[in-house]
Design a protein around this ligand. Structure first.
Ligand code: ZN
Length: 214
């Protein structure tokens, strides 16, 4: 079933997983972690299908990261290794983990680079009925395919991620887990159209503009 997402959608947090596809870890010169590498995006960075990604003046290297996102349905805490995660999953959507790569490297901490306003497009809707074990994840810029991977290539699959995260912090209804990105990230420029497409979900499309300062 497809559920629409409206602008009132405000998760308590957006939990992201870094380096969850080996080919993307390699393209940034990083090793694959031995346990999931977590960071957060501010909920204030959320935008929706058709909204503009705004490039801030502080960065000269804003990149797309196409990702499968999990939307949590109910309070989820301290799951055991054998726990069934399906009761905690509301559904899935496409997510663009927009990143100021230059600031990510400069700051070391990811908070600023990942959390500018408009840096978390999600949509076009939530799909509640989907087997996410082996889906194609594609990112395009102006129609050109930049990223194309399969969820089966994740280092840590969705069920392991939910169990792991639930032991680090309580997940609340509406919380988002961004499950990592495959190789092929590239820089966005004003005037671009960036799309994230996941098999069985649909296409999330966002134009890119430069922030105007007066
Ligand atoms: Zn990411």
């Amino acid at each position: 079933m497809k559920i629409s997402i409206n602008a009132d959608f405000r998760p308590s947090k957006i939990v992201c997983v870094g380096r969850n596809y080996a080919d993307h870890a390699a393209e940034l010169g990083n090793a694959v972690p031995s346990e999931p590498l977590l960071f957060l995006k501010a909920p204030s960075s959320l935008i929706f299908n058709g909204d503009s990604i705004v490039i801030p003046d502080q960065s000269a290297q804003v990149e797309h990261e196409g990702e499968l996102a999990v939307i949590i349905s109910s309070i989820c805490k301290d799951l055991r290794q054998s726990a069934d995660v399906t009761p905690y999953i509301h559904g899935y959507t496409c997510l663009n983990d927009v990143t100021a790569r230059d600031l990510q490297k400069k700051d070391v901490q990811f908070a600023r680079a990942k959390s500018f306003d408009t840096f978390c497009p999600i949509g076009p809707h939530i799909e509640t009925d989907l087997d996410v074990g082996d889906l194609n994840v594609t990112a395009t810029v102006n129609g050109e395919v930049k990223q194309s991977g399969r969820t089966s290539q994740m280092v840590f699959p969705v069920d392991e991620l939910i169990r792991y995260i639930s032991n680090q912090m309580t997940l609340y209804p509406g919380d988002i887990i961004a499950t990592g990105t495959p190789a092929g990230v590239s820089t966005l420029s004003p005037g671009d159209i960036c799309t994230i497409e996941i098999e069985g979900i649909g296409i999330l499309s966002n134009p890119v503009i430069q922030r105007r300062t007066s």
